[in-house]
Design a protein around this ligand. Structure first.
Ligand SMILES: C[S@@+](CC[C@H](N)C(=O)[O-])C[C@H]1O[C@@H](n2cnc3c(N)ncnc32)[C@H](O)[C@@H]1O
Length: 239
């Protein structure tokens, strides 16, 4: 028996559910190791102020921002479900584009938003962009709605999405096979303004508002279909 077959043997003896959890354990160990290296590299930002963060940047880095993601191209590779290893009040602005929906709601989201508040200096701004779920839900049952047309035009969904509910499920989950909890590309929650507003208020932000698309900041590919929101960390006297 080859070594690879020997390693795979126990996985054939346990249920797929159990196998996925064992796999998750090993993936989590790898994520923790990569995060640990990112944390050591983050030391060079100690004592910095006025940083601008791009959280969940993916492979496209933004100039003038410290780009954080688990992706190998990020300036710092971190697991953003955990505390971000940067000093309190060290940031002037936090931007994140189509990232928040990848965190479990509400535990990971609340922890993450509280951490963002910690990182921002008083008066600093968080600017978020998430898939706009008000759009597809508002059009459900309307065969002439613009959402399905946009999906086809922008190639958002794979070709095997045919029914309206398959499209909706894809919008919510990004996939419906292989539900591994360690897949950083899966969607774990969907947002409308009211829900993201409540999450930001729980995180200690004020002045939660819809914002306009900002060319140069928001990605052109995110122009249609995004819910754009901003909020402020209160100044010291408002805390
Ligand atoms: C849809 S992509 C968005 C990329 C980019 N911001 C954009 O709009 O094109 C979501 C990103 O979130 C990152 N991500 C998801 N969960 C993460 C986690 N726990 N830690 C770090 N990055 C994570 C993924 O690696 C991925 O790059």
């Amino acid at each position: 028996m080859k070594l690879r077959e020997l390693i795979a043997l126990p996985f054939r003896l346990i249920s797929p559910w159990c196998a996925e959890h064992v796999e998750c354990f090993f993936v989590e160990c790898r994520v923790a190791a990569v995060h640990g290296i990112g944390r050591m590299r983050s030391r060079k930002y100690r004592g910095r102020a006025g940083l601008r963060l791009n959280l969940g940047c993916g492979p496209k880095l933004k100039d003038g921002y410290l780009n954080l993601d688990f992706h190998p191209k990020a300036d710092l590779r971190l697991d953003l479900r955990r505390r971000i290893p940067l000093p309190d009040d060290s940031c002037h602005e936090i931007f994140s584009e189509h990232f928040l929906e990848h965190l479990e709601y509400p535990e990971e989201v609340d922890g993450h938003l509280r951490d963002c508040r910690r990182l921002l200096a008083p008066g600093g701004t968080i600017k978020l962009s998430v898939p706009d779920t008000e759009w597809p839900l508002g059009e459900y049952g309307n065969p002439d709605g613009s959402y399905l047309a946009a999906c086809a035009r922008e190639h958002w969904h794979p070709e095997d999405c045919t029914t309206v509910l398959e499209h909706l499920n894809y919008h919510f989950r990004q996939r419906w096979t292989g539900t591994s909890r360690m897949d950083f590309q899966c969607h774990r929650f969907a947002y409308d303004f009211e829900t993201i507003e409540q999450a930001l208020i729980r995180g200690g932000f004020t002045e939660v508002r819809r914002r306009e698309f900002e060319p140069g900041l928001d990605g052109e590919h995110r122009s249609p279909g995004s819910l754009l929101v901003a909020a402020t960390k209160p100044g010291d006297e408002e805390d």
